[in-house]
Design a protein around this ligand. Sequence first.
Ligand SMILES: *Cc1c(COP(=O)(O)O)cnc(C)c1O
Length: 358
Amino acid sequence: MLEFIRSDLAEFAAYNTRHTDHSHLVDHPLDRLDVNENPYDLPAELKQKLAWTWQNEIESNRYPDGGYLALKDAIAQYAGTFTAQNISVGNGSDELIRSILMCTCLNGEGSILVANPTFSMYGILAKTLGIPVVSVDRTKNFAIDLPAAQNAIETQSIRVVFVVHPNSPTGNALTQAEIEWLRNLPQNILVVIDEAYFEFSQTTLAGELLDHANWVILRTFSKAFRLAAHRVGYAIAHPEMIAALEKMRLPFNLPSFSIAAARLALSERDLLLAVVAEILEQRAIVYEKLKQLPALQLWQSAANFIYARSSQNLEELTETLRQQGTIIRHTGGGLRITIGTPDENTRMFDRLKALLTE
Ligand SMILES: *Cc1c(COP(=O)(O)O)cnc(C)c1O
């Protein structure tokens, strides 16, 4: 209707996964097993430390330290043998995905390649920037269809390949064959390896990142580190790629409070990541229970969620579950169920079982 808006924007919807009404939450707790968050909030003692920092060290009237040097140093040390020059930080890794797209494909300079089902944000952000998205399929265990991917890079102007390690929503880590293919991609193609679930999978390609100037690893504080509210993600890459990302980011993209939260999370990582073991244990329990339901086809997961498919009407199923108090995600032709607390997992299973066997 507004004539000054780009005509192609009419096709897009604003991103909004859920409309959480907190007043409603008080009497009917909703089990939010839909966006792969850690089910545990920060421990009270860390919230107090953060509150202390806010009261005593953060000057609300001042812009944040726009260089983020102390945070970058801490990330570089956490991620391996890197320096601050290998690190860029974003307002969530979503911001970094957009910066990567702007640094590479904008102005008609190329397309991106994704293998579906995968994290939807790559395609969504690319389209909002007018960047073409080339998709290939996955095999029955959700590995990338490599001949199709190879054909795409030989016949189309692919500038960036996005992979998730392990993939969302399907939970599988990259196979040796996929990694070998990424290693052999030509230097004029950027490989983005999204390791949002690294703390759960404990598998990473960071060890060989410095051998590949055309690789970027993305990580986030939103998942295992329990800081989804604070919106902090980071990229690890060759210093020249980092310099390009730095040109794209907004001047003060991270609020001071988020910088403080991420620094605290890294310095207290042993405490924060201690629950990862419990979540993985719960994942095994949930997997074994779900396996009892013949209506579901399941896959092993290397992350904090489980992917399942079924011939049932999944749109209806997820809606009924939501009304009963458990939110899971219907995506990529299946169900993606985040591992929550033991109680949340039990309620999820009992409700799902009742719906699938009624
Ligand atoms: C959750 C997720 C992200 C987004 O992380 P933010 O830092 O919260 O923006 C990125 N990639 C994948 C694969 C994710 O699952």
